[in-house]
Write a protein that binds this ligand. Structure first.
Ligand SMILES: *[C@@H]1O[C@H](CO)[C@@H](O)[C@H](O)[C@H]1NC(C)=O
Ligand SMILES: *[C@@H]1O[C@H](CO)[C@@H](O)[C@H](O)[C@H]1NC(C)=O
Ligand SMILES: *[C@@H]1O[C@H](CO)[C@@H](O)[C@H](O)[C@H]1NC(C)=O
Ligand SMILES: *[C@@H]1O[C@H](CO)[C@@H](O)[C@H](O)[C@H]1NC(C)=O
Ligand SMILES: *[C@@H]1O[C@H](CO)[C@@H](O)[C@H](O)[C@H]1NC(C)=O
Ligand SMILES: *[C@@H]1O[C@H](CO)[C@@H](O)[C@H](O)[C@H]1NC(C)=O
Ligand SMILES: *[C@@H]1O[C@H](CO)[C@@H](O)[C@H](O)[C@H]1NC(C)=O
Ligand SMILES: *[C@@H]1O[C@H](CO)[C@@H](O)[C@H](O)[C@H]1NC(C)=O
Length: 765
């Protein structure tokens, strides 16, 4: 009760003592400026400490625009506050501390005023301190209007890079009037704000050429105080962008960036910054690779990733691998970005062997240079070469010289030993490859081998060796005592038939071959006797007495072109044989007989008369001379039979005719009766087989009859048919005698002086 009395007493005192005079800033006291946000609180300070110790505070009063809103009477310790700061408790004072503090909370716009405090002391004069309080009202959230005045929500677009964005940012209210600014991220892009047509609305119209960077995080800020951060509205701009950064990296199957042929590798291509996500395509040189790529997209980081599995081949070395990110919504030309890498594909060498120089691929002349090159293609380059000859490694210091591990194998003077199969192998860090082989042929001129010239049957063979095979042969043949003959053949064989003249002695032969490479250095030479080509000695001969003279009859021998007979007579004076005559022996029967069933035919030679002790020789001859003679001696029976018979007179002309007529009549009668009997008999029973030898002359028939019982005894004579002996008989071949009586060709030759005869002979027949 007492206290309440005192308060009212103070109020009365105040109203009495405080003159109603306004506070004049500066004059009445200092004024400080103070800002505070609407809805916030602020503290007004007033120094109420006395200047001297003796003095003391009596009264503290706060005024708002000269209207008291709070007082404290220190003498009685009573506080008072005005109704305008009523029980909402927006006003609180703390007088216990210095300077005293008056806190106004829940600030409103009309709290903005000039406040001051008045401090009364016991002794000291009244003190006034002013505070100019500004209550800041924040503006509204900024919003956007496009050129047509349509409100834009927080997203706009799409635009292409470089388009100009025209957009207004508006703000309603705010005290003091706010500044409206456009920011891209933290960068101010437009501060040109101003008032709008609408009251209490401010705006900032933006003209912004859009780029990848400034369109990222565009916002509009409104601010009218530092006490609080600006009011911000962000705007999302849909901007079509091509990728700005495309890159290829190898992720598998490479060493560093080096690939290996045939080995799969995986490349990754990352495309950054394309909106909307790009198509990522792979190209290898001009080839679009579609098979082995897949693509994934990360929208938030604007990256597209594509993987390519590539198995490079040798030809891909040096090729360009490109990864192209294309934004399909954009115009061609600005839509894509690419990264390229050049492939380094390593591979084991590719090897081919080449013969350098002229001529055919694999041929070289003896003594010419043989130059082989190991032609390689390799990545990385070849480190080592190895050469092979017939599949055996060529080592240095052999017939190939010392340089056997180079790319080239050079033999300065090739010879036959160098002919064979060559191959080379090359190696690098990837591997080793061996080439196909090349067969090198070393050509050389013809040269004689072994005997040089050999006689085979009736041919001469030139035995030469040469590469290529000799194809022309020049012969120089000199039969003894004759002219040299020059012949050319296309094969190493020279038939003796091509040589003219007699060949009964020796021939001096030489041959020289040519193979188109070089001529033969030394001809092959040889001297031949052709004795072995003479016919064999007749073996089946006999003596007969026919047609009034002795005949030598022989079964012909092979390879004889003619025959000779010789008659050797026992000398009456000195018991030695001398050549009485020599003659040709003709064919006894026709050639047709020979063909008629293989029946042997005979050659016969007329001998004239023979005496006891004579010997008769038969030899077979051809152009190479005559065989050794078969010697026969007439038997006594034969000589006796040849003697003049009793009926010799019949051979007189007249007698002969009469006897012949009688004989003919007798023969006719006898044969007729025989024929009649034969016909009768043949009626009753079949005729017995009769062997008839047709077209056989009497001699042959006789021979055939007797040949079974009397074996012809050949006498092997030691006498040779010497060279001079057969001279002159070779010039004419004996003719076949088709008449019943063989033609007699007698040619008498004087016996050779050097022929000596021995008596030791076996006689035949
Ligand atoms: C306090 O003041 C407000 C206006 O400032 C008024 O509406 C309210 O009625 C007052 N309250 C009291 C208890 O005076
Ligand atoms: C108080 O501040 C306002 C602006 O906030 C100003 O216009 C006014 O002149 C100031 N008054 C004094 C007395 O300084
Ligand atoms: C591509 O972009 C990525 C991420 O932005 C960056 O790390 C890389 O260095 C860029 N590459 C090039 C070549 O610009
Ligand atoms: C794409 O290919 C890579 C490599 O082959 C593989 O690792 C990845 O999982 C694949 N991605 C998709 C989305 O198939
Ligand atoms: C990425 O964005 C594209 C287009 O903007 C959309 O079609 C696609 O579904 C999105 N992908 C993911 C994984 O969000
Ligand atoms: C390719 O890689 C090989 C092996 O590393 C190297 O020796 C060679 O020089 C490279 N080639 C190119 C063209 O880079
Ligand atoms: C006959 O000559 C040929 C060819 O020269 C030969 O084969 C044959 O042996 C010769 N016959 C005889 C018996 O000498
Ligand atoms: C032997 O006599 C013949 C003539 O009867 C004669 O030609 C020959 O020279 C003689 N021979 C010898 C060795 O006297």
């Amino acid at each position: 009760m007492d206290r309440r009395m005192r308060v009212s007493a103070a109020l009365i005192f105040m109203t009495i003592f405080i003159p109603i005079a306004s506070f004049v800033p500066g004059t009445d006291g200092p004024v400080s400026r103070q800002d505070a946000l609407e809805g916030g609180s602020t503290s007004l300070y007033c120094d109420s400490t006395p200047d001297t110790i003796n003095d003391e505070l009596m009264l503290l009063v706060w005024y708002k625009d000269n209207v008291p809103i709070y007082s404290f009477d220190a003498r009685i310790g009573i506080e008072w506050s005005s109704a305008s700061f009523n029980t909402s408790n927006r006003l609180r004072a703390d007088v216990g501390q210095q300077p005293t503090k008056l806190v106004i909370s829940d600030l409103r716009g009309d709290d903005q005023a000039l406040y001051h405090c008045r401090v009364d002391f016991l002794q000291a004069p009244t003190r006034n301190i002013g505070v100019n309080l500004t209550v800041i009202v924040l503006p509204s959230q900024p919003f956007f209007l496009d050129e047509l005045g349509n409100k834009v929500e927080n997203k706009i677009g799409p635009y292409h890079e470089g388009d100009t964005l025209v957009l207004s940012c508006l703000v309603i209210g705010g005290r003091p009037p706010p500044r409206i600014t456009w920011y891209s991220g933290e960068d101010l892009v437009d501060a040109s704000d101003g008032i709008s047509d609408i009251p209490s609305v401010r705006e900032n119209e933006l003209y912004l050429p859009l780029t990848r960077d400034n369109a990222q995080s565009l916002s509009c800020r409104a601010s009218n105080t530092h006490l609080t951060p600006p009011v911000i509205t962000a705007l999302e701009i849909e901007l079509y962008l091509s990728a700005y950064n495309v890159s290829i990296h190898w992720v598998r199957g490479t060493y560093g960036d080096v690939l290996q042929a045939g080995k799969p590798a995986v490349a990754r291509c990352i495309a950054h910054g394309s909106y909307p996500p790009p198509d990522v395509l792979w190209w290898l040189d001009n080839k679009h690779l579609t098979q082995h790529s897949n693509q994934s997209v990360n929208n938030s980081s604007q990256t597209a990733i594509s993987y390519l599995e590539l198995t490079p081949s040798v030809i891909d070395n040096g090729a360009t691998l490109a990864c192209i990110a294309t934004n399909t919504v954009m115009a061609p030309g600005r839509d894509s970005k690419a990264d390229v890498v050049v492939l380094n594909v390593t591979y084991s060498p590719i090897v081919e062997i080449i013969k350098e120089g002229d001529g055919r691929l694999n041929e070289v002349l003896e003594l010419d240079q043989l130059h082989l090159t190991c032609d390689t293609k390799a990545n990385p380059p070849v480190e080592n070469y190895i050469w092979y000859f017939n599949d055996i490694e060529i080592r240095p210091n052999s017939i190939w010289g010392t340089e056997t591990n180079n790319q080239a194998l050079i033999i300065e003077e090739a010879d036959r030993k160098h002919a064979g199969r060559y191959s080379c192998s090359a190696s690098n860090s990837v591997g080793e490859t061996r080439s196909e082989f090349i067969s090198i042929i070393v050509y050389y001129p013809p040269e004689c081998i072994s005997s040089g010239i050999s006689l085979i049957k009736e041919t001469l063979k030139c035995n030469v060796r040469g590469l290529p095979e000799p194809d022309t042969f020049f012969w120089h043949i000199q039969p003894s005592d004759e002219e040299m003959q020059h012949l050319t053949t296309g094969s190493p064989i020279l038939p003796l038939s091509q040589i003219t003249g007699t060949l009964s002695h020796t021939i001096d032969a030489s041959c020289e071959a040519g193979n188109g490479i070089a001529s033969q250095e030394k001809p092959c030479k040889k001297v031949f006797t052709l004795e072995q080509l003479r016919p064999p000695q007749p073996q089946q001969c006999d003596l007969a007495y026919e047609y009034k003279e002795f005949q030598m009859r022989c079964v012909p021998v092979e390879n004889a072109t003619h025959y000779e007979v010789s008659v050797w007579r026992m000398s009456t004076s000195n018991a030695s044989l001398f050549l009485e005559r020599r003659g040709a022996m003709g064919f006894g029967v026709s050639q047709a007989l020979a063909q008629g069933g293989g029946v042997p035919w005979l050659v016969r030679g007329p001998l004239g008369t023979l005496k006891i002790g004579d010997e008769v020789g038969a030899s077979a001859c051809n152009r190479y001379g005559c065989s050794v003679a078969l010697l026969l001696r007439p038997t006594e029976n034969l000589l006796h039979a040849a003697g003049a018979p009793w009926w010799k007179f019949l051979l007189d002309r007249d007698v002969g005719i009469s006897v012949g007529a009688i004989v003919l009549v007798v023969v006719f009668i006898t044969s007729t009766t025989l024929l009649v009997r034969l016909i009768r008999r043949s009626r009753s029973k079949p005729p017995a087989p009769v062997i008839q030898v047709l077209q056989l002359d009497d001699v042959a028939r006789d021979y055939l009859d007797t040949i079974g019982e009397h074996k012809v005894h050949a006498s092997h004579s030691l006498r040779s048919c010497s060279s001079g002996y057969s001279d002159g008989s070779g010039e004419s071949a004996p003719t076949v005698d088709r008449r019943r009586k063989p033609r007699t060709i007698w040619e008498y030759d004087p016996p050779p002086p050097d022929v000596t005869l021995t008596l030791h002979r076996e006689s035949a027949v």
